[in-house]
Every structure is written in C-alpha cells, then in structure tokens.
Design a protein around this ligand. Structure first.
Ligand SMILES: Nc1ncnc2c1ncn2[C@@H]1O[C@H](COP(=O)(O)OP(=O)(O)O)[C@@H](O)[C@H]1O
Ligand SMILES: [Mg+2]
Length: 293
C-alpha cells in the first residue's frame, strides 16, 4: 500500500463519515424520535448535534487512518531493512564461496599443468580455466552489487585500456587476432574505480575476441570520458541487443560462457553513473561504447 492509497482511504472515510452523519441527522433522527414519541427536536439543537457528531466521527476517522499510516510506514521500513540484511548476507555468502573455491581450483590447475599434454588434459585444463573465470565473475558481481564499497579515485582511462590490451594480447594472437588501442597516448582522467572499469573493459575485449572472425583486429578507442570496443564479425539483431545485458542471457550458445559478462559491465558502468550502448558496425560486427560522466 502506498502513501497515496492511504490518503485516498482517509479522504473516503471522512466523506463517508460526513454523509452518514448527514443522513442520520436529517433523514432518520426525526423518524426515530417520532417512533420513540419524543417529538421533533429544535432546529438549532439539530445543527449543533450535527456539527458535534460529525467532528467526533471525523476525529475518530483521522485517528484511525493516522494509526494505519504510521503502522504501514513502520512495516515498510522493517521489510526494507530485512530485505537489505538478507541481500547482504547472500552477497557475502556468494563472495565467500567464490573466494574459498579459488584455492582448490588453483591446486587442481597446478596438477593439470603437470599432466602430459594429451587431449583429455587439454579439455580438463580448458574446463578449469572456464571455472576460474566464472569464479572471478562471481566475485566481481558480489563486489559490484554494493557500489558504496567501491572507492572512487582519479583513474586514467587510457592506462586501463592499455593494461587490459597487454594482458589479453597473447591470447588474442594465439587465436589469430590483434588488439589495438587508439587515443590512449594522452591521459584521460576521471573519478572512478580501477577494479570495476578494468573488469568492464576486459569483459568487452574478451567478448570481442570470442565473437569476432579470425584474422581481424579488435579496436579499443579511448575518447573523452568514453571507451569503445569494436570488432568485426557477427552482428546482434537490434531486437536482441537490450536482452544481452541481462544476467544469463546469451544470443549465441556455440561458445563457452555463462552470460554474466555484459551484466557485470553494465553494473560497473552504472556504479559510475555512466551508460553502455551496443551498435552494429558496417560489414558486420559489434561496437560497445561505455560513456562516463
Ligand atoms: N562482441 C560481440 N559480438 C557479438 N555478440 C556479442 C558480443 N558480445 C556479446 N555478445 C552476445 O551477448 C551475449 C552475452 O554476453 P556475455 O554477457 O558476455 O555472456 P557470454 O560471453 O558468457 O555469453 C553473448 O552470448 C553473445 O551472444
Ligand atoms: Mg562474455
């Protein structure tokens, strides 16, 4: 129930009370008095009786609706607090699980790396790498879900983009792709969180690597308060573009992935009060642009 509903109920109760008093005073009281044989009351007495009765009823109505309003406000506050507490608990739990799973997974990875390189070992290594990536995404979600815990400092967008490009370049080259960064020669400082922005750009570039054609170049463009990641390859139909930013939404199920990447990018951008947009590129492909205030 909203405050508007409460006000509506209060006004309707008042109207009802006034009309009931009115009907009683001018229609029924005479009949009742005649029935009881007390004779018709005097007009002045009727008027005062009417005013006093109405005031008493109105007072009762106002009292009841104020009590109801106070109770509703109190209940709403309590429910909001409970919800916030259970959300925090769940986030902490997910964060703890992801954190705890990292160590056994790292040990597993070490053992797998020591195995002879046959087909099974390669499949297992790929699966473990995918699991580690998912854990990282889960940790990112738990951090980004509480934007108030993200420290905002002066960050250089160009440096963030070159760091991500340097980290991912070996994998891109292995898969016959190149990564170029444009516009990072001059520093572009904004107030932001390095962890969140790096994670966002990394997710976009990883997607670009995953969904682009081989032997193409992925471009990261650094503008004034904006970062674009552009790749040639498959297009996303305009009617599907809004959905890919939701959790677990994937328009292409041929590759690995949990469908968390873009929702994380969106959260990271929203934590900076910015926006993200996807457009197509001529000849097929995707351009994701992050705009920061
Ligand atoms: N650069 C891109 N080119 C084409 N499609 C993309 C691109 N980036 C993302 N997508 C589409 O958006 C979906 C959601 O992406 P994401 O949330 O990162 O999840 P995932 O990569 O795990 O599938 C992908 O499944 C894919 O269909
Ligand atoms: Mg992805």
């Amino acid at each position: 129930m909203t405050y508007r509903n409460v006000a509506f109920v209060a006004v309707m109760t008042l109207l009802l009370v006034f009309s009931l008093s009115f009907i009683w005073e001018f229609m029924f009281e005479d009949i009742v008095n005649a029935f009881l044989d007390t004779g018709p009351p005097e007009r002045d007495a009727i008027r005062w009786e009417f005013i006093v009765t109405s005031m008493v009823f109105a007072g009762i109505a106002v009292f009841i609706s104020s009590m109801a309003t106070i109770r509703i406000i109190y209940e709403r506050k309590r429910i909001e607090e409970d919800l916030h507490k259970s959300e925090t608990k769940f986030r902490d739990f997910a964060g703890d699980v992801a954190h705890e799973l990292r160590t056994p997974l790292a040990v597993l990875k070490l053992h797998l790396d020591e195995l002879e390189e046959d087909e099974t070992a390669l499949i297992l290594q790929k699966d473990v790498a995918e699991m580690s990536r998912m854990l990282e995404q889960l940790l990112a979600i738990t951090r980004l879900d509480s934007p108030e815990s993200l420290a905002m400092n002066d960050v250089d967008l160009g440096k963030i983009c070159t760091d991500v490009a340097e980290r991912l370049a070996p994998i891109a080259v292995r898969d016959e792709r190149l990564i170029e960064v444009c516009g990072a020669d001059k520093a572009v400082f904004i107030k932001g969180n390095v962890y969140a922005l790096e994670h966002a750009v990394r997710n976009l570039v990883e997607n670009a690597m995953k969904y682009s054609s081989r032997r193409t170049t992925i471009t990261i463009e650094v503008g004034d308060n904006s970062i674009s990641v552009i790749n040639n390859g498959q297009d996303i139909p305009p009617e599907k573009r809004a959905a890919i930013f939701k959790r677990f939404q994937r328009s292409d199920r041929r590759s690995d992935g949990a469908g968390l990447g873009l929702s994380i990018v969106q959260r990271a951008v929203e934590a900076h009060k910015g926006s993200i947009e996807m457009t197509g590129v001529p000849g097929g492909g995707a351009k994701f642009t992050i705009r920061l205030p």
